[in-house]
Design a protein around this ligand. Structure first.
Ligand code: ATP
Ligand code: MG
Length: 139
């Protein structure tokens, strides 16, 4: 498959615990090229919009509060088959189910506070990337 892009966030739990460096290291060691990266923070409205697909789920309020409570690292990443390759690198949503060697196995503490986000499709990767980065911030 051709080289393409995905979008990630290092979530507030991992930033609070000082895991930015460890997670970026796992990402680059796995062969992803960093296209864009910044330390930023989601407002409550940003988090509601970002996870709107989950608005009917019982954990939505908790998820929005969590994702907006502190800074995140937002990044665009490039690799062959990037969306699927990155979902494999981050591991299952619940760290109890995450495979050895995955980012969530190493750094996530619960199904809610699971250290990283990874886009679930090329289409969503493009939407999420445009939400955080202007074209001149992509390298
Ligand atoms: P993400 O979209 O953040 O990469 P994901 O695609 O693995 O995660 P989703 O099903 O999209 O998982 O859920 C989005 C986020 O909502 C999860 O990463 C997690 O933070 C939170 N979440 C999902 N399920 C639960 C749950 N049962 N209880 C609490 N939080 C949950
Ligand atoms: Mg998801």
């Amino acid at each position: 498959m051709a080289t393409n892009r995905t979008f990630t966030m290092i979530k507030p739990d991992a930033v609070e615990k000082g895991h930015i460096g460890g997670i970026i290291n796992m990402i680059t060691e796995a062969g992803f090229r960093i296209v864009s990266m910044k330390l930023t923070q989601l407002t409550v409205a940003d988090a509601q919009k970002f996870y709107a697909v989950h608005s009917e789920r019982p954990f939505y309020g908790e998820l929005v509060e969590f994702m907006s409570r502190g800074p995140i690292v937002a990044a665009i990443l490039e690799k062959d088959n990037a969306v699927e390759a990155f979902r494999t690198l981050i591991g299952a949503t619940n760290p109890a189910d995450a495979a050895e060697g995955t980012i969530r196995k190493k750094y996530a503490t619960s199904i809610g506070e699971n250290a990283v986000h990874g886009s679930d499709s090329d289409e969503n990767a493009a939407i999420e990337s445009a939400f955080h980065f202007a074209g001149r911030e992509e390298f």
